[in-house]
Design a protein around this ligand. Structure first.
Ligand code: BG6
Length: 478
């Protein structure tokens, strides 16, 4: 691997995201030599921690992944802690001094990655101070943002404006970790390399496309956040929309960021406007109740959840695109907590014309995205390499990874490479928000009859009826 150099400043360096995702991902890069001698990490947060204590928490976060104590110890020596109040200018000056010192000490080429692993309400303040206190350098300056990126179009716009005052769009990396997942990336690769498959992806051959992101877990300890979000904002606005972008986009001229975002933008531009009546007809919401044995809690009984909460933990919907290619082809989407299994999948359901391609009518091609270690492509439920009836030839699984890269690992490499293919651009985001806002507003007008599905089930019956009305059915049904 080519070694990369940078100073990372992680705002929220003592937090859960940093320890659960960022440090393990960086450690993996360390083990493969992408990060080696020329990098340093400054973790900031309010609490006063010593470097030593911080390093011990970093090492703790790696123990589930590795037992090479020497490597973990060496890795942790690149970590430094700075207690920091996001509103205090002096603290940014201290941060600047430390960063320059580490620049010299580790010879990092003045490259900076500013990582916002903090609550979004601080993004603007931090970005402004980075600028006004002169933290930006003559190397690259990349700002990484985690979701939630707004709660509506208006709040997302406000947030975006607060960032673009000080960082250009090309410096901003908006994370959608689904775009870092192996199978989501494979989908684009396969489309580009396999012309026959590519040519089949349109209204002539496709009956409907289904995107399911189901989880078996409930809201766990994230009730506080979830009460402000719901599955529509948590999963549909970002992950599901981005997957639709990847399936529905036209063939990009090249496999570079500009070409890919150009065709993706067209997909988001083509989202068919919804009327309030269409929201009622085409979108189903649900909230989980206990399971059949009563051993799992209802959503309303979870910690930090309003006992009368009307927040949805399940959604199913039918999305249409106003484009020649996808005219009248439903994109059925579904996501929920406390469903029978953790499964993220794209089911591409062919119609009768599939015979012209040498396929059986109604063939279904499935991309299994999650669980990650089970990711594969199925044709009518059989691994594609074994399903000889298929004329669609997928390339062999590439063997250049000794393991499938975890999403954060792969996205971290992209950040260091300055590759924005797998990040979301503002113009995509805004159309996704406008679409989701119509649904949210309509739902806010009517009180739902919650809870309406039992834990461990496929959601309310209306989710199946939605497809039955069109003469279709969910490919994955427990
Ligand atoms: C996150 C959501 O973006 O994605 C979570 O906030 C959800 O609620 C998670 O659990 C699912 O991601 P994954 O990678 O586990 O499928």
């Amino acid at each position: 691997a080519t070694e990369k150099s940078a100073v990372f400043i992680i705002f929220g360096g003592s937090g859960d995201l940093a320890h659960r995702k960022l440090y393990p991902a960086m450690y993996s890069l360390y083990k493969t030599g992408v990060l080696k001698d020329h990098f340093a990490v400054i973790g900031t947060a309010r609490r006063p921690w010593s470097d030593d204590y911080y390093r011990s928490t970093v090492i703790d976060s790696l123990k589930d992944f590795d037992n090479d104590e020497k490597a973990m110890e060496d890795f942790s020596k690149h970590f430094f802690y700075q207690s920091h109040d996001v509103n205090d200018s002096d603290h940014y000056i201290a941060l600047k001094k430390l960063a320059s010192k580490l620049d010299d000490q580790f010879d990092t080429g003045h490259n900076r990655v500013y990582y916002m692993a903090i609550a979004p309400r601080f993004f603007g303040t931090v970005a402004e101070h980075i600028n006004s206190e002169g933290l930006k350098t003559d190397g690259y300056n990349r700002l990484v943002i985690e979701k939630p990126f707004g709660r509506s179009y208006d709040s997302a716009l406000e947030l975006n404006n607060s960032l673009t005052k000080t960082f250009s769009e090309s410096e901003i990396y908006r994370m959608d970790h689904y775009l870092g997942k192996y199978m989501v990336q494979q989908l684009t690769q396969i489309r580009l390399k396999n012309k026959q498959f590519e040519k089949s992806l349109n209204k002539k051959y496709i009956s409907n496309i289904q995107v399911t992101l189901s989880e078996s877990l409930g809201v766990e300890d994230r009730g506080g956040y979830y009460e402000t979000a719901g599955v529509l904002r948590d999963m549909v606005q970002n992950h599901i929309m981005q997957i639709i972008g990847a399936v529905a986009m036209d063939e990009p001229a090249k496999l570079d960021s500009e070409s890919i975002h150009e065709v993706k933008r067209d997909v988001f531009d083509s989202l068919q406007d919804l009327t309030p009546e269409e929201v009622d007809q085409n979108f189903v919401r649900g909230q989980y109740d206990e399971d059949i044995t009563g051993s799992k809690k209802a959503y309303r009984d979870e910690d930090n959840v309003d006992p009368k909460s009307n927040i949805e933990t399940f959604v199913a919907g039918k999305i249409l695109l106003d484009s020649e290619r996808w005219e009248n082809v439903p994109f059925y989407v579904r996501s929920g907590k406390r469903m029978p299994a953790k499964s993220s999948r794209i089911d591409i359901v062919y119609n009768d014309s599939a015979t012209e391609l040498g396929l059986n009518p109604n063939t279904t091609v499935t991309f299994l995205i999650e669980p990650e270690n089970g990711s594969s492509i199925l044709v009518n439920g059989i691994d594609y390499q074994e399903s000889n009836q298929s004329l669609i030839k997928f390339p062999e699984k590439p063997n250049y990874f000794d393991h499938e890269r975890e999403a954060y690992e792969s996205l971290m490499i992209d950040i260091l490479d300055g590759n924005k293919i797998h990040f979301t651009l503002w113009d995509e985001l805004q159309n996704a928000w406008k679409y989701v806002d119509v649904i949210r507003n309509q739902w806010d007008n009517e009180t739902p009859d919650f809870p309406n599905y039992m834990s461990n089930t496929m959601g309310p019956d209306a989710a199946s009826e939605l497809l039955e009305r069109d003469g279709n059915s969910w490919t994955w049904d427990d």
